[in-house]
Write a protein that binds this ligand. Structure first.
Ligand SMILES: N#Cc1c(N)ncnc1-c1cnn(Cc2cccc(F)c2)c1
Length: 305
């Protein structure tokens, strides 16, 4: 995640917390006790209403996006609790970020972006087209953009420094970083999380093409892997509407399609290749995008937002 510096809707100042780090769309804070001492076992993970598309920060923000995705991620943590423990401690958070922030256990984070793919697209497709495999896993011949894979494939990357791109990791690199046992468990869990996600989402008309999860371990080394960060949200995963799935070309995004289509339409006056920042999104695109996040939440959880 690159540091979002001074972008619209920056990080709020929160009484009782020190701002620690800003990602593109989320912010991390450290709780400060009444004695002025920073907590060493807790963090506050805040989801903003910022939207990133085409590697640009959109403006204006999407109202309620942070709350919708936080509530969706909390719901997924519950759905996955039989598979893996998680870092969630509490939703007792400052009013300024009510509904879109979570108090979490501070962990020692693994230095691997744990990505799994159930459908082939993006960087995974490009790697497959070069050599018939992805992350060391040989795939069937004849796969195209959007092809469903026989079973989810683990395609880990590095956690690149700010402003650089994450790089694919070969299996031996993951083992060198994590050790063979932890590497195998991270692969197994990441693929199981995506498989479970697609079992549930598929019944509700959403395909999760791929997802990135993050694992940590307790700083004292006790216990095993803990699922951290966010899980199976449209920010950490590619969400596709199931009824439009058609292998052979890029699939429409469940949540970002309105933004993409407006930005690439003549109406926006923007060209992706210009290298210039995109224009402000019109109100109707903001509202339609908000509605897609709410729709994903309501379809998946069965709850009304
Ligand atoms: N989750 C979690 C977590 C944890 N439970 N313990 C220790 N560190 C992290 C942690 C560190 N970076 N990130 C990514 C991240 C998340 C949210 C906002 C950001 F800006 C950046 C996660």
């Amino acid at each position: 995640e690159s540091v979002g510096v001074g972008e619209a809707g920056g990080s709020p100042v929160l009484d009782g917390y020190r701002h620690m780090y800003s990602g593109k769309v989320r912010d991390l804070y450290v709780p400060i006790g009444d004695d002025g001492v920073e907590a060493d076992d807790r963090l506050l993970l805040v989801a903003s209403n910022r939207l990133s598309a085409y590697d640009w920060m959109m403006s204006p923000e999407i109202p309620d996006k942070g709350e919708v995705l936080t509530r969706l991620s909390l719901w997924w943590f519950d759905q996955l609790a039989d598979l893996v423990p998680n870092h969630v401690v509490s939703t007792d958070v400052p009013d300024a970020v009510a509904g879109r922030a979570v108090v979490v256990r501070r962990l020692e984070m693994l230095k691997v972006e744990a990505i799994a793919r159930a459908y082939l697209t993006g960087g995974g497709l490009e790697e497959y087209e070069r050599g018939g495999s992805v992350s060391g896993v040989v795939l069937p011949e004849g796969l195209v953009d959007g092809s469903r894979l026989p079973s989810p494939v683990f395609t880990p990357t590095t956690k690149a420094p700010v402003g650089e791109h994450d790089l694919p990791m070969a299996p031996d690199e993951v083992e060198a970083e994590l050790g063979a046992d932890v590497a195998a468990e991270v692969s197994r869990l990441t693929r199981a999380i995506l498989a479970r996600g697609n079992e549930i989402a598929g019944e509700r008309g959403i395909l999760i093409a791929d997802t990135k999860v993050e694992f940590g371990v307790a700083p004292d080394g006790s216990g095993g892997l803990v699922l951290a960060d966010e899980v199976l949200t449209p920010d950490s995963s590619r969400f596709w509407p199931a009824e439009l799935w058609e292998p052979g070309h890029p699939q429409p995004s469940f949540d970002k399609q309105f933004v993409r289509e407006w930005l690439t339409s003549a109406e926006s006056g923007w060209s992706r290749s210009s290298g210039e920042a995109p224009p402000e999104l019109p109100a109707h695109v903001v509202e339609q995008t908000r509605a897609k996040y709410v729709e994903a939440y309501e379809r998946l959880t069965g709850e009304t937002f």
